[in-house]
Design a protein around this ligand. Structure first.
Ligand code: ATP
Ligand code: MG
Length: 316
């Protein structure tokens, strides 16, 4: 980042930072291991059942961002290759309504194939499997995977689960799944013991007001440095870190969004240091609330329902 950049350019640069954390490292390690295992089996001409990963956390934790970063930055993955049409990982959000047929159709589209005619769910999923093999896809990522169970009868849920299992157990080209979603995703996985046994869960935990204070301070410095601002002493306290964690509903992604918004506020005010007032003003604008409900002002900030305030704005 340089002084000559406009504020929107500087904010964009901040948004492009990916901040790692413990859950992300676990995800990366597990994915790296499963990928290596699958490639070794392919090289040896062995077909073995694929294994899967479920990344579970609250809204705003950073699941979508983590999955996107994993898929786009993991070394050696081919996502677009016009010559061989190889697509090591296909990624898509679960569509609405999440009927078996529509999920199949959307998966086909993500693999680059548009259905021309109406087909049965069975035919569509057979085509999905053929295309996964043709594109040599090793992993299929479904974001918002909890929606696979939304409004489903137990019978429909069983067919969804059976379809997912059949991808992993394909006799010729087994495919691993990466499922990212909220806690309801556990209902799908635990619906079937065979599926549960094949899925490795990675949880995105909520931040802890005291325990994560140091980490939050490091993040603040990292983002402020990139924005060419210093961090005022008043922002460097464990109490401030606790307020910030609480303001972001204790979610890692939401916290980063607030830090960037406060830095934007500081830049707009031409400040050279990031101060509490920037957080106060940013939250006031974002949540449209009085100071008594502002976690950066209120004495007993822990009673404030930050998520509800942020959601009201519909801008989380
Ligand atoms: N590791 C990260 N580094 C930088 N910013 C992040 C990171 N994780 C999340 N964010 C920020 O937090 C925001 C929310 O994250 P994200 O959309 O990934 O959450 P989510 O867990 O998928 O939420 P939802 O369940 O609502 O889909 C993102 O828009 C991004 O700005
Ligand atoms: Mg998401």
């Amino acid at each position: 980042m340089t002084d000559s950049m406009t504020i929107p350019q500087r904010v964009l640069a901040l948004r492009s930072i990916f901040a790692g954390n413990h859950a992300y490292r676990t995800l990366e390690e597990r994915f790296g291991y499963l990928l290596e295992r699958r490639r070794t089996e392919i090289d040896a001409g062995i077909v073995a059942e694929a294994r899967s990963i479920a990344l579970i956390g609250n809204s705003g934790g950073g699941k979508t961002t983590a999955a996107r970063h994993l898929i786009t930055s993991h070394p050696g993955l081919v996502l677009h290759d016009p010559v061989s049409s190889r697509m090591d990982v296909a990624s898509l959000p679960v569509p609405t309504p999440a009927t078996l047929k529509f999920v199949g159709q959307t998966t086909l589209a993500a693999l680059g194939f548009q259905l021309q005619r109406d087909r049965t769910a069975q035919t569509i999923w057979d085509m999905v499997k053929d295309h996964l093999q043709a594109r040599r896809t090793l992993f299929l990522h479904y974001d918002e995977a909890q929606d696979l169970a939304a409004h489903q009868t137990p019978k429909e849920l069983t067919s969804v689960v059976n379809t997912l299992k059949s991808l992993m157990q394909h006799p010729v080209w087994p495919v691993g799944l990466i499922l990212t979603g909220t806690i309801e995703l556990k209902t799908i996985i635990n619906h079937d013991a065979q599926l549960a046994r094949r899925v490795y869960p990675v949880e995105f935990p909520q931040l802890d007001l005291a325990f994560d204070a140091d980490r939050v301070q490091r993040l603040l410095h990292l983002y402020a440095d990139r924005a060419l601002l210093t961090v005022a002493e008043e922002v460097g306290t464990p109490e401030f870190a606790a307020r910030l964690i609480h303001a972001g509903a204790r979610e890692f992604g939401l916290l980063i969004e607030l830090v960037i918004a406060a830095l934007e506020e500081a830049m707009m005010g031409n400040a050279d240091a990031l101060r509490i007032q920037h957080f106060t003003a940013m939250f006031r604008k974002r949540a449209g609330c009085i100071d008594g409900l502002n976690p950066f002002v209120a004495e007993d900030f822990e009673r404030i329902e930050s998520r509800r305030l942020l959601d009201q704005e519909g801008d989380t």
